[in-house]
Structure formats: C-alpha cells, structure tokens
Design a protein around this ligand. Structure first.
Ligand code: NAD
Ligand code: 2HG
Length: 549
C-alpha cells in the first residue's frame, strides 16, 4: 500500500463482507490516525470496554487498534480468527496477551516513543502538584475557601528524587527535574550506571533509594516482577514524609498499602495517574486530602495522541500489506527496508524448497547470506527461512510472528551466518541448508537476478542449476549415465515442461556420479506422477514444490 491520499471507508460495526482489510478501532484515537490508515482499509468501531461487542466485532477484523482500556486477551485473540495485527496506540502492551498473539501468529505493534514526552511532562506536573497541593487548593477555592496555610507545601529544589525505572520516561523525567535542582537517584537493575551518571543520575539499590528519597516516581512496566513492588515492605523502608508519584501502571504501587502509609503519615502525599483497575472512580484513596489523582492522562495530549495514532496506523497498514515493521513487539526482525523485501520472499521460498528436498524439517536450519546484501541488516532472513520451511510441515498459518515458537516446539533451531565473501559469481546469495533423516546435509541457494526480477535457484544439494524459483517445480536425484529426460517426460504424462536442467557431477560439492534433474513445470506434479517418474529413472530422491499454491 502506498501513502494514503484519501481517508479510509468508515462504518460502524457491521458483518457485511468487504474486499478491504477491516481495521477495528476500539477506543478514541486522534483523527490523524484514521487518515493515516488510508483508503485501502475499512474502519469499523466498537467500544473496547463493551466485552460482548468486542468479541462480536473481532471475527470480522484483520487488525484491531486499541489504547489502554481494551483487553486483548487470549479469548479476544481466539475470537479474531482472521486477525493479523494488534496495534497499541501507546507504550504499554500489558492489556494485550502478547504470548497468545504470538502463538496465533498475530503481530503486536506499539508506538514506544510517541507519548513519552507527554508522560514525563505529566510526571513533572504531578511532582509539583503533590509538593504544593495545587489541585486541592484550587478545588477548595472553587468551593469558596481562601485557605493559604492549609495548603502550605514543600520545595523541590535541593530534595532527592528517587526514580524507579530509568527507561525512556524515567530518563526524560530526570532530565527535566535536574532543572529544578533536585538530587537524582535511580533504581533500575537493567541500566548501566555509566549511562546514568552522564545524565547526572546516581544508580542505587532499591533500599538506598527508598531510604534517601524525598520524592519517589515510578516508571516501570507492569510485569510479574514489578506488580506490588511498592507494597508493604517498600513502604516501611521509605524516608518518613516521602511524596510518591505513579504515572506508569496501576498495581506497581499497592493501593491498600499506600492508603495505610498515607493515613499514618509515613507517606506525606501521593499523586496517581494510574490504578490497578481502570476506570477507577471510587477508590478510598480519593477520600484523602493528600492524594492527587488524574484519570490516566499521561498520554493525554493532542501531540502524543496524534503521534501514537499515526505511528501505529502506519505500522498496521504495513503489516496488512504483508510488510514487516520495526515496532513489532513480538517479532525481532531487525531493520527491514525496501531493498531487503524481495530477499525475504526468496529466502522463504528457499525454506519451503529445503523442507521438500529434506522430506521434513529437523535439527537445525542454517541460513548463509553472502555478497552485497550483507551490507544490510539481514536478521529477518533467518525468520523468512524458518517461515518457509515450517509452512510445509505445520498445519495452519505460519507467520514471522509464530515461526520461532513453532520451530522451538518442534525442536528445530536456526542460525544465520553472514559473510561478504562467497557469493561469486552472483552479487548476493542466500543458502538454506538442513539435514535428511540419514544425517546427510541438503542445501538450496538462490539469488535475485536484478531489480524487480524474480528469484533464481542456483544450487540444489551441491548441484549448480539456474532455474526460475517460481511456479511448480520437480526434482530428481538419480544415477547418471542414462537417458533421463525421455523417461521422466513420459512418466509425467501431459505435464508441460517449461524448463529442464540436468546437473552432472559435483561442481559445488562431491556428489559422485549422481545427477540432478530439475524442472520448471506448467502445473503441480501429483505425488503419484512424481513417484512414477522417479521409478522410471531409479531416482534415489524426488520432490516437488508448488510455489503457486
Ligand atoms: N500514564 C500514562 O499515560 C503512560 C504513558 C506512557 C507510558 N506509560 C507507562 O510508563 C511506564 C514506563 O514507560 P517507558 O516508556 O519509560 O518504558 P521503558 O521500557 O523505556 O522503561 C522501563 C524501565 O523499567 C526498567 N525495569 C523493568 N523491570 C524493572 C524492575 N523489576 N525493577 C527496576 N526497573 C525495571 C527497565 O529496565 C526500563 O529501563 C510503562 O509502564 C508505560 O506503560 C504510562
Ligand atoms: O492510551 C492511553 O492514553 C494510555 C497510554 C499509556 O498508558 C501508554 O502506556 O502508552
């Protein structure tokens, strides 16, 4: 799909059949997101928080676009029987069951940087609000109370800020709070101390950070490890009178324990943008004067919504057009640019051919990349080979998303070797190899003849060939020294033969007196015809491939 010039067709949820891929939008998104989806999709809408409506709409959707309020769990993934991609217009994917999506071959894409500035700016606002009681003082004033001493606050300057999670947002908060003359500590076991100290942040253990901080701010993802991290134990160890901000995810701070600590005065104030269960409108925390609360507004700016919506819409368009996107949460493909795309298709074909040649898939798939193409990030070619190889042995859809998992389940490994040398006489070459049940290694190599040209098969099991890697193909390995063409032609009956090659001997590897007969044929060769032809020439191996299927 090219850049959109018109907006997408839009309808409310409908079961009407459509030719265009259907993108289901389940939450309020920036209008720019719908424009970015372009004219090649049909947009449908339903409320993601209405579970029944969501489950009813999902079977008709090729893509679903959500924010944080729609639960895309295993049940929702299963309901989305034709779903190819879940687009999360924001950072956190904790409302998406990523393992379930991966298993089903559904790509999950997010917009990891679109709203981080907005989230960091809200955090700064919450730090100021909790230090100076700004929302409470404003609310009292509106009720007719001019109460200055009641809302006396504290300064940020000279105080210690403890940042829990020094990732994208935590780092932006650090940058901004340095301007307030705060001393900055951070706890994040996955961040290198050297990088932090350049940013003026001292890394500490959690205990030290809790004991020394006048203000704490949480910027963690919600995971099994982080859920309840700021609970009873941590809140016992804080510096008395600490003020706490959480604009990351609900549940990381235990709300019951926080309530108790606020009541006791161990925690002097809290500012919360996120809650364990959302929407949250009646928490006991809201009864406390020293609590500031916002309804998950971290990403709630015009700029962040436009950036997140457009970024994720672009990714969804790419996925629906069969392309790979770097923002995929559950596919690790490296950088895939336009130059690499035809090599992906070629490598996938080679993977399919290898499985056919090896009569199955076992052990390890080796993907060797040589020549000019090695100047690019070729990580994705390993996935492409696995995808192709598995498609011949797995029932159901194999995608870039579930290929590694399906391979792992079958005990199949893979390795990518990349070396500039070794492609001659071709400018670039991809070789995929694996093993026969006997342990003998089989390999297939292919190249692209030129820009826009289809793939060429240039090596099969050590024999040099030069055939289009397209349409239907048949291969025979047989003893040499006799007339093979007539016998095979006769056995294949009326099957049109478009190109035929007999490769002798061992120009690439020592294959003895054997020959390889490789054919491009005009229609798929049935197993019966293939066996008959193989018998007629005493072939030791025969296989076919239907690239039109
Ligand atoms: N309130 C909002 O509207 C809003 C907006 C955007 C993002 N968020 C949330 O903010 C959080 C941070 O987002 P980000 O983009 O900075 O994420 P990030 O992945 O860039 O940073 C998270 C950091 O947490 C660290 N971390 C992970 N597990 C940890 C653990 N157990 N202990 C200590 N550190 C740990 C990681 O090393 C990483 O550096 C996420 O939960 C995200 O969903 C909220
Ligand atoms: O969609 C939203 O507004 C929430 C976004 C935010 O929590 C995120 O993780 O990106």
């Amino acid at each position: 799909m090219d850049k959109p010039t018109q907006t997408s067709t839009e309808s409310t949820q409908s079961a009407e059949p459509t030719d265009k891929p259907v993108v289901l939008i389940t939450e309020e998104l920036s209008p720019a997101a719908v424009i970015a989806l372009g004219p090649d999709v049909e947009v449908r809408r339903c409320a993601g928080t209405d579970r029944a409506a969501l489950l009813e709409a999902l079977p008709g959707a090729d893509a679903v676009l959500v924010r944080s309020a729609t639960r895309i769990d295993a049940e929702a993934i299963a309901a989305g029987s034709r779903l190819k991609v879940v687009g999360r217009a924001g950072v956190g994917v904790d409302n998406v069951d990523v393992p379930a999506a991966t298993r089903a071959g559904v790509m999950v894409v997010n917009a990891p940087t679109a709203n981080v500035v907005s989230a960091a700016e809200l955090t700064v606002g919450l730090l100021l609000a909790v230090a100076r009681n700004i929302p409470q003082a404003g609310a009292a004033l509106r009720e007719g109370h001019w109460q200055r001493s009641r809302f006396t606050g504290v300064e940020l300057s000279g105080k210690t800020l403890g940042i829990i999670g020094l990732g994208r947002i935590g780092s932006l908060v650090a940058q901004r709070m340095r301007g307030f003359d705060m001393r900055l500590l951070a706890y994040d076991p996955y961040v290198r101390a050297g990088n932090a100290s350049q940013a003026g942040v001292r890394m500490t253990g959690l205990d030290e950070l809790l004991a020394e901080s006048d203000f704490l701010t949480v910027h963690l993802p919600r995971t099994a490890e982080t859920t309840g991290l700021i609970g009873f134990d941590a809140l016992q160890r804080v510096k008395p009178g600490v003020r706490l901000v959480n604009a990351a995810r609900g549940g990381i701070v235990d709300e019951t324990e926080l309530y108790a600590a606020l009541k006791e005065g161990r925690v002097a104030g809290a500012a919360l943008d996120v809650f364990a269960t959302e929407p949250c409108t009646d928490s006991p925390l809201f009864e406390l004067d020293n609590v500031v609360a916002t309804p998950h507004l971290g990403a709630g700016t015009i700029e962040a919504q436009a950036r997140a919506g457009v970024a994720v819409a672009e990714s969804v368009r790419q996925v629906l057009a069969g392309r790979c996107v770097p923002e995929a949460v559950n596919v690790h493909m490296g950088t895939v640019d336009g130059e690499l795309a035809p090599w992906l298709a070629l490598t996938e074909q080679l993977g399919r051919l290898l499985t056919a040649a090896a009569a199955g898939l076992r052990g390890k798939l080796l993907v060797k990349v040589a020549g000019e193409i090695t100047g690019q990030d070729t990580t994705a070619l390993e996935l492409a080979a696995l995808k192709g190889a598995l498609s011949g042995v797995v029932q159901g859809d194999v995608s870039y998303v579930n290929a590694p998992l399906l391979a792992q389940e079958r005990g199949v490994g893979s390795e990518l070797l990349s070396a500039h040398a070794g492609a001659a006489p071709h400018h670039s070459l991809v070789t995929v190899s694996g093993a026969l049940p006997s342990g003998e290694v089989v390999s297939v190599s292919g190249t692209l003849a030129g820009r826009g040209a289809g793939g060429r098969l240039v090596e099969v099991c050590g024999f040099e060939v030069d055939l289009a890697l397209a349409g239907s193909m048949a291969f025979f390995r047989a003893p040499g020294g006799r007339s093979l063409v007539g016998a095979v032609g006769a056995a294949l009956g009326g099957t049109p033969i478009d190109a035929l090659q007999i490769a002798h001997g061992a120009p690439v590897a020592n294959t003895g007196n054997e020959v390889l007969l490789a054919l491009n044929v005009g229609r798929p060769v049935t197993r019966e015809l293939l066996d008959e032809a193989a018998l007629s020439i005493d072939a030791t191996h025969s296989w076919s491939l239907d690239e039109t299927a």
